[in-house]
Design a binder for this molecule. Structure first.
Ligand code: NAI
Length: 480
């Protein structure tokens, strides 16, 4: 029986391995992690991450051919294929700080693999890593190998949170990069056979190692670039009276462009886009390509601009001050159908409003109070390190309350900011919300999900990104 071990039981390792176990009953899969609480949660009824359909997949194979364990060394020792899906944060100190990927966790995983292995293994990069990481990993492994043969493959993950199970069941493509040697090609074939249990052969792409590593960074950069492009247009729409929904629909009908990922919003978030683009920028700089680096940097700058533009709209509309006003924040996760808050635009928007002394009442159907409080007091990039390495937050901030109901959050509020596109926010009783708010009552829709006309009829002053401005907002300056 082929044995797979995956180091890192996070948003990628957990769902990916659960689907491999489900689709390949003849393979035994162990997912291991240094975090005891995370593994305990994977072994309980309350999985550590929220992902539609995940519960069902885990329940079908856990205890049969899918195991979650903290005994990292035992499972690595036994495995034929070791996936490494640990976090690869942005460096916060030293060379490349604020841009380069921090490979501390990756390196310690590689050293441990070399230490405990007594048989040949295929080591698969599942984490998103800088180009040429495989070379470094190969050196660590071979210099500590004691005669054991390690083959390194790059198999970046393209799943999107919120649709991870669907994406894993039916991927656009699976990408496997390996060395162009007979040993490398044999390893590629072995991994290909795992995916071939459910993925059509023509969707399994094989490349050299560097192409696979770079393709993942490139794909994330292209995706984020589409969002920044439409967000840049949204600012121009507001200035000219165009409607960004109409513009993006018209643009997206061109088959060369396509309609997906063209929704204007308060900005992109998630653990990957910013981190991977910063990493790409750093790699370009290191390779003497400052113009290319500048080009990609702009994608992040527009994202930051969009978030501060939103905050400025809120403040300027409310008579240029939100001091001591209650603002309801609906949605904190970086997108719907996930509880993940890493790099969510809600953090910057909330910090911006708190900087202007607002009082916030936050509601998200999947994010806990503890998480929100931690996110709001954490330094940039600290979120991607284990909890015990993160600075502790100061005493709970009185200006932020977290509630479990949208009506509670909006009660007596002066304004409502919609920051995540949860379906339930589309169908709220906005008349009831209006009746319980202070007047004039404002709605700032950062995801373009509400019916502006209906809300205006109720009496709200409405701002929706990239849509023609309410007469109220027209005279209010909102330049970032
Ligand atoms: P995560 O932070 O949810 O999970 C990483 C896990 O690795 C943590 O539970 C941590 O405790 C564990 N870990 C760290 N060092 C370890 C070690 N030495 N031994 C055992 N366990 C260790 O991160 P996530 O989101 O799963 O991402 C992992 C990688 O996948 C990153 O490189 C990310 O860029 C990439 N990725 C993430 C996607 C996403 O949507 N979250 C999508 C595609 C790729």
């Amino acid at each position: 029986m082929v044995k797979i071990c995956c180091i890192g039981a996070g948003y990628v390792g957990g769902p990916t391995m659960a689907v491999i176990a489900l689709k390949c009953p003849s393979i035994e899969v162990a997912v291991v992690d240094i975090s005891k609480s995370r593994i305990a949660a994977w072994n309980s009824d309350q999985l550590p991450i929220y992902e539609p359909g995940l519960d069902n997949v885990v329940k079908q194979c856990r205890g049969k051919n899918l195991f979650f364990s903290t005994d990292v060394e035992k499972h690595v020792f036994e495995a034929d294929i070791v996936f490494v899906s640990v976090n690869t944060p942005t460096k916060t100190r030293g060379l490349g700080a604020g841009k380069a990927a921090d490979l501390t966790y990756w390196e310690s995983a590689a050293r441990m693999i070399a230490d405990v292995s007594k048989s040949d293994k295929i080591v698969v990069e599942k984490s998103t890593v800088p180009v040429k990481t495989a070379e470094a990993i190969e050196k660590i492994l071979t210099h500590n190998a004691k005669g054991i043969n390690f083959q390194i493959l790059s198999n970046p993950e393209f799943l999107a949170e919120g649709t991870a199970i669907q994406d894993l069941f039916n991927p656009d493509r699976v990408l496997i990069g390996g060395r162009e040697t007979p040993g490398g090609q044999k390893a590629i074939q072995t991994l290909k056979e795992v995916y071939a249990h459910w993925v059509p052969e023509e969707r399994i792409l094989t490349t050299n190692l560097w192409s696979a590593e770079l393709s993942k960074l490139a794909a994330n950069a292209f995706l984020a670039q589409r969002i920044s492009s439409v967000n840049a247009m949204s600012a121009l729409c507001e200035a000219t009276g165009a409607n960004v929904k109409q513009v993006s629909f018209a643009v997206g009908t061109d088959t060369r462009i396509g309609p997906k990922f063209l929704n204007a919003s308060v900005g992109f978030g998630g653990s990957c886009f910013q981190k991977d683009i910063l990493n790409l920028v750093y790699i370009c700089e290191c390779n003497g390509l400052p113009e290319v680096a500048e080009y990609w940097k702009q994608v992040i700058k527009i994202n930051d601009y969009q978030k501060s533009r939103f905050v400025n709209r809120v403040v300027s509309s409310m008579f240029n001050t939100v001091a001591n006003k209650k603002i309801a924040i609906l949605g904190f996760a970086f997108k719907k159908d996930t509880g993940d808050t890493r790099e969510t635009p809600a953090i910057d928007v909330c910090k911006g409003l708190l900087g202007d002394k607002a009082r916030l009442s936050i509601y998200d159907p999947q994010v806990t109070e503890d998480q929100i409080q931690r996110d709001l007091w954490m330094n940039k990039f600290d979120w991607d390190h284990p909890i015990h390495l993160q600075p502790t937050s100061p005493t709970t901030e009185k200006k932020v309350s977290v509630v479990w109901d949208a009506y509670e959050a909006t009660k007596d509020a002066d304004g409502v900011c919609i920051l995540t596109e949860w379906d339930e926010f589309k169908n709220l009783d906005y008349q009831k919300i209006y009746d319980n708010m202070r007047k004039p009552a404002f709605v700032f829709d950062g995801r373009n999900i509400v019916d502006m006309d209906k809300l205006r009829e109720i009496g709200f002053i409405v701002y929706s990104i990239g849509k023609p401005l309410d007469p109220w907002l027209k005279d209010m300056p909102a330049v970032a």
